[in-house]
Design a protein around this ligand. Structure first.
Ligand SMILES: [Zn+2]
Ligand SMILES: [Zn+2]
Length: 384
C-alpha cells in the first residue's frame, strides 16, 4: 500500500526531496512560533489607535499560520494533538504576557481569536486533505497533487519565490484596501491589515498553483516516486519501496466540478445570510437572543471582524469538503454514467472510441467489471 504521503504517516528516507521538503517546513514552522512569541511579548506594543486596533485579526491570522505549519510539517500528529499543542501555546502566550514590565496584559478575547484561527486552519487542512473514498484513478490523482507540492517545497529557491509572491500580494492588498476601502466605520489600520492578509493569501495560492504545475511536469519527466520524490521511481522506487504513477486518462470534466462547487457555495451563502438577517432583526428584541446580540455588539468591531473571519473560514472549508466528497462519488460512477452530463452509459453497444450519446464526452469503457465496491458505496448514498 503506497497511500498518500500524509495519510500513511510516511517518513521519507534522509536526503530525499520529500525529506528536504519536510525539513524546510519544520524549520519555517519553528521560526513562525518564535516570531509569534516575540511579537506577542514585545514590550508595550499596541497596534493602531483606540477603536482601530486590528489586534484580534492579527491574533487570528498568526495562530492560523502557526497551526497550518505545525500540522503539515508533521511536528504535531493529528488534528486533535495539533489543537491541544497550539491551544496550549495560545494559553501560555497569553498568560506570560502578564510578566511585569512587558506592559502587556492577559485578554480572554485574544484567546478566543487564537482559537478561532486554530480551528479554521484545522478545518481547511481536513477539507483539503486526501479523500480515501474514491476509485483508484481518483486517489492517484490526489496523491500526484500532494507529491508535486512536496517536490515544490523541497527547493529553498521555491520557498523564496513563495515568500516574494506572498509579500507582494500583501503589499498590493494592503495599499488597495487602505486607499480604496476608506470608510467611517472600520479604521484605516484595520483595513490595511485585512487587505494585506487577503492579498498575501492570494499571492501565495497563485504562486503555489503555478509552481505545482512546473513540479508536476518535472515529476512526470523524471518519473519520480510519489512518496519520496526520488527520480526513476518506475516501476518501483529503490529508495523507499513506493513508485511513480502517471496521470490518468480519466477525469471529471471541469464543468461538472464548477457546477458542484457553485451549488454548495450558493447554498451555504444563503444559509449564512439567512442566519445573519435573523440575528439582525432580533437585535432589538427583549428575548435572550436580542440580549446576546447586543452583548456581542458591545465587544467591539475589532472582535466582530475576527468572528466574521472565523465563520467565513469555517463555511469555506465546509463547502470545499462537501464538494470534494461529492467529486469522489461522481468519480466512482465512471463508465457507469457520463461524468459530464449524468447520462446512463450501461448497455451501450461496444465502440472503439466510446462517447456519451447525450453530450459526446469521451470515456474509457471498463472491461465489463466496474469498480463494484465503489459502485455499491455510491448507491448506498443514493447518489446519481
Ligand atoms: Zn520512493
Ligand atoms: Zn454525457
Amino acid at each position: 500500500m503506497s497511500a498518500g504521503i500524509r495519510a500513511a504517516r510516511f517518513i521519507p528516507p534522509r536526503g530525499t526531496p520529500a525529506w528536504w521538503s519536510r525539513h524546510w517546513l519544520r524549520m519555517v514552522a519553528v521560526i513562525s512560533v518564535l516570531v509569534l512569541f516575540a511579537g506577542t511579548h514585545y514590550p508595550k506594543l499596541s497596534i493602531g489607535t483606540p477603536g482601530d486596533g486590528p489586534d484580534k485579526i492579527l491574533h487570528f491570522l498568526a495562530f492560523a499560520t502557526v497551526t497550518v505549519l505545525l500540522r503539515i510539517s508533521g511536528i504535531t500528529g493529528g488534528a486533535a494533538s495539533t489543537l491541544v499543542l497550539v491551544g496550549g501555546l495560545a494559553i501560555l502566550d497569553e498568560v506570560t504576557q502578564e510578566i511585569p514590565g512587558l506592559g502587556r496584559s492577559f485578554d480572554p478575547l485574544d484567546l478566543v481569536a487564537d482559537f478561532g484561527g486554530i480551528i479554521v486552519a484545522l478545518a481547511w487542512i481536513a477539507a483539503l486533505g486526501p479523500d480515501r473514498s474514491g476509485p483508484d484513478w481518483f486517489r492517484t490523482g490526489q496523491d500526484r497533487r500532494i507529491a508535486s507540492l512536496v517536490l515544490l517545497l523541497a527547493s529553498p529557491v521555491n520557498w523564496l519565490h513563495l515568500a516574494i509572491a506572498t509579500s507582494l500580494g500583501a503589499m498590493l492588498g494592503g495599499v488597495f484596501l487602505g486607499v480604496a476601502g476608506r470608510n467611517p466605520i472600520v479604521g484605516p489600520v484595520t483595513m490595511v491589515v485585512v487587505g494585506a492578509a487577503a492579498g498575501g493569501i492570494a499571492g501565495l495560492v497563485a504562486c503555489l498553483e503555478s509552481g505545482r504545475r512546473h513540479a508536476t511536469d518535472r515529476m512526470d519527466r523524471e518519473q519520480r516516486c510519489l512518496n519520496c520524490l526520488e527520480p526513476n521511481g518506475c516501476p518501483r522506487c529503490e529508495t523507499c519501496g513506493g513508485g511513480y504513477r502517471g496521470p490518468s486518462d480519466r477525469h471529471i470534466p471541469s464543468r461538472r466540478i464548477a457546477m458542484v462547487a457553485t451549488l454548495w457555495t450558493i447554498g451555504s451563502a444563503m444559509l449564512l445570510f439567512g442566519g445573519y438577517l435573523l440575528l439582525m432583526t432580533r437585535s432589538s428584541d427583549r428575548s435572550w437572543m436580542g440580549t446576546a446580540v447586543r452583548r456581542y455588539d458591545a465587544l467591539g468591531l475589532n472582535f466582530e471582524m475576527m468572528v466574521d473571519a472565523t465563520l467565513l473560514g469555517l463555511v469555506g472549508a465546509f463547502v470545499v469538503h462537501r464538494s470534494r466528497r461529492r467529486m469522489s462519488r461522481i468519480a466512482a460512477r465512471y463508465g457507469i454514467e457520463c461524468l459530464r452530463c449524468g447520462h446512463d452509459l450501461q448497455g451501450l453497444p461496444e465502440q472503439p472510441e466510446p462517447r456519451c450519446p447525450e453530450c459526446g464526452e469521451a470515456f474509457v469503457a471498463d472491461s465489463g467489471v466496474p469498480d463494484v465496491a465503489a459502485r455499491r458505496e455510491s448507491e448506498e448514498h443514493g447518489e446519481r
